[in-house]
Design a protein around this ligand. Structure first.
Ligand code: NAP
Length: 378
């Protein structure tokens, strides 16, 4: 993107943000205190949430930022300078939770996060993930959570992220060969050595969460959660988090962009670097059917002056104060739009009616293909 385009975008972004705010009825402008104006006139986020409890607690901005799509699994690839500029903009606007993983790239996403964000390490948290095996920079498709591998991955992530300690190290996927107690024990040792500050797990069952938490307290569980994938409400994961005081980080909160309304049956995904083309919910036929859900979100938002992305994020945020979604974007306008979801508050009745309308639409296609689903530890 040229500087001219960036300038134009930033003008449009300001205009759109202003239009959004002025269109928001007073009744849903309750949380104004969460966003205030800085000296340049742009808004920044002050609202905070706490993931985990006691020594596992981590205070973060109420909305995080998923760095993955800047280099991996998505189709927009701005150059490194633009990515760094956007990450700095997010920091400037008050985002203090940035999410990456070793497998993203592999390695390039951590390198980007390290270069862009390590200068701010005293005021933000970069979370990363181990588990998917990476050999010589290539993913093997296997899991490796052996204690010695976790230690090696930790050292390598510290270097790429340019940090002395990892603010949070998630196990990305459950490794059926390694008892979770051994993984938790290794993390406990790394914490005692000062190399890791906290830990979390992704896509695991309540039984695994309980076992892991009893060995070393978890800060957060990160699993997929959005209007089109609500399993964590019914499989005991959210309930277990609530009971044990563990935070919850919904990943892909916009269903990989789908709920933002910019994807249709003609959308072409990058054939070399976008996993959406492998997902059953992203075939043209499924997109055509599932767009009915986006239309419901758009209709809900239309009368309230907000977008479907904002509806999707605000709905997650109101579910519990220990939930912190991590939407990803490559665009400043989307960053602003997403941050403004923190200003939205609707009545419980409104949300329930919305849930009911969406539940009436059958969703076409599974979220993952068979191979990806097999890696989920439920
Ligand atoms: N633990 C895990 O197994 C796991 C798995 C997947 C993801 N994650 C984490 O979750 C983060 C987010 O997930 P994700 O990137 O898969 O999905 P997402 O946040 O649901 O969606 C990202 C996509 O939405 C688009 N988007 C963002 N804001 C928008 C808006 N306001 N309007 C319209 N489109 C918008 C982005 O495109 P633009 O660039 O055009 O804005 C991008 O393609 C990742 O970065 C990663 O850290 C974790």
């Amino acid at each position: 993107m040229t500087d001219f385009e960036m300038g134009r975008r930033s003008f449009l972004k300001t205009a759109v943000a202003a239009a959004i705010i002025s269109a928001v009825p007073v009744s849903i402008r309750k949380a104004q205190a969460s966003i205030s104006a800085n000296k340049n006139g742009s808004s920044f986020l002050t609202k905070k949430r706490i993931l985990g409890q006691g020594k596992a607690a981590m205070e973060v901005s109420a909305l995080g930022f998923g760095v993955m799509g800047m280099t991996y699994n998505r189709s927009e690839h701005p150059d490194k300078k633009q990515c760094i500029r956007l990450l700095h903009e997010a920091v400037d606007k008050g985002v203090t939770l940035f999410d990456t993983a070793i497998i993203y790239g592999p390695l390039t996403n951590e390198e980007l996060a390290g270069e862009a964000l390590s200068p701010y390490k005293d005021k933000i948290n970069i979370t990363t993930k181990f588990g998917h095996e990476v050999i010589n920079g290539k993913a093997t498709g296997r899991q490796d959570s052996r204690p010695e591998t976790i230690r090696r991955y930790c050292e390598e992530s510290l270097k790429r992220l340019r940090l002395e300690a990892l603010p949070m190290f998630y196990q990305h996927r459950f490794d059926r060969k390694i008892p979770i107690e051994d993984v938790a024990g290794t993390i406990g040792d790394l914490v005692r050595e000062g190399k890791v500050l906290r830990w979390g797990m992704c896509e695991v069952s309540p039984v695994t969460i309980r076992k892991a938490h009893s060995v070393y307290p978890l800060t957060a569980i990160q699993s997929e959660y959005h209007f089109m994938h609500r399993d964590v409400e019914n499989n005991g994961v959210l309930e277990t988090c609530r009971e044990l005081g563990i935070g919850f980080v919904p990943y892909s909160p916009l269903n990989r962009g789908f709920l933002g309304g910019n994807i249709n049956e003609y959308t072409q995904f990058d054939t070399n670097n976008d996993n959406r083309q492998t997902l059953p919910r992203f075939t043209p036929e499924a997109i055509r059917q599932n767009t009915k859900i986006v239309n419901i979100l758009q209709n809900f938002g239309r009368t309230r002056g907000i977008t479907s992305s904002q509806v999707a994020l605000a709905w997650l945020l109101q579910k519990a104060p220990w939930i912190v979604p991590i939407p990803g974007t490559t665009k400043s306008a989307h960053l602003d739009e997403n941050l403004h979801s923190l200003e939205i508050s609707c009545s419980q009745q409104d949300w329930q009616e919305l849930e009911k309308s969406i539940a009436a639409i059958p969703i076409m296609g599974n979220r993952y293909n068979a191979e990806q689903q097999q890696q989920v530890g439920l």
